[in-house]
Design a protein around this ligand. Sequence first.
Ligand SMILES: [Zn+2]
Length: 406
Amino acid sequence: MNTNGHECKLNMKNNVFLFVFIRVHSWFKNLFSWMRRHKTRSVFLFLLLVASFINRHVRDNMGRAPNAEDIARFQASPNFVDGKFKNRHDRPNPIDTEPRPPRLSGILKFLFSNEGHPDTPPPVVKLTRADFQDPLPLADFRVTWLGHATLLIELDGIRILTDPVFDSVSPIPGTVRRFGPPPLPRKELPPIDFVLISHDHYDHLDAATVRYLARKGETYFYVPLGVGARLRGWGVPERDIFELDWFQSSMYEREHNWFGTNTYNRMDFTAVPAHHRSGRTFRDARTTLWASWIIEGAERKIFFGGDGGYDEDFALMGEMYGPFDIAALGVGAYDERWAANHLFPEEAVLAAQELRAAKLLPIHWGAYRLAPHPWDEPILRTIEAAEKENMPLINLKPGEYHPRAR
Ligand SMILES: [Zn+2]
């Protein structure tokens, strides 16, 4: 009886499978014969399908904009004026007053071309999750550069990841490609306690990485005002997002760390001004805030300047919060046309001095072509300027860490 019942079920299953197969087969047969008869329409429909796929992907990557409730909240910020965030000091960029908008050919070249990329990918030190599993003694400290503005900072038993990007940095798949694979693939990240985001430009805020970390549910996100809306749209729960205005701090305490040893940790995160802008579409510039971050542990203080140009606030921050053990500052992607948006290498050295930083860690270079300068010019100019000014440099390859000896 049992066997018969089993066979009967199997037959039923096979019949259902056969039925579905015949239906699908005949559906495709009809479709292909229709396509043969209507070639132009088929091509059109195919292109429409591809376009709608890309459109969906692009829109999804752009992320959600701040809503009316968010905007009402921004009114309390002195940096939010007439519906937009603004820099504290006026420094016009030549590109903003250029009579003509950028040419389509220029935009396409920026998105698709490999021109200006190094002939072979720049050297990186390959890492895996295992490289971060050795318990780092609590008093120890290590900062690993993962390329561009992505730093994995291990401080007081806490792991902090800044501006994490691992692939191409554009909403359109496969465009603005990285020079080579990252030293540590996204899937090899160890558990991350905090992510700090400087602003919502694509080379600093990556939807895929945020979604990946949100699924794991182990991470708190510190972001400038407005960037929380993007994160919520990608699945980060409200309770895991801390949105700060410039000069606001948030203190974090806990009584255990990921080594399982019961220890008390305290960490202060402060958002401070950067001279930059924000936006993920042609129309949403400056609708979310941009910031640098100060990370203060028990004995060490780090300045993370994710992106931005020079202004007198570096001296002010040096006075208010300095000295720093390390200032991680962007040294690449500069150009005279957007001189106020990105530090030139010499300005980065000056900014590190004004911050009263013991060491300058150059970031934001060597992974993407975001300006017309040669890919390695930023670090060569930084070395020269730092030598001239006696500014100690932490010159890392992607995947290397500081301090080198543990
Ligand atoms: Zn930027």
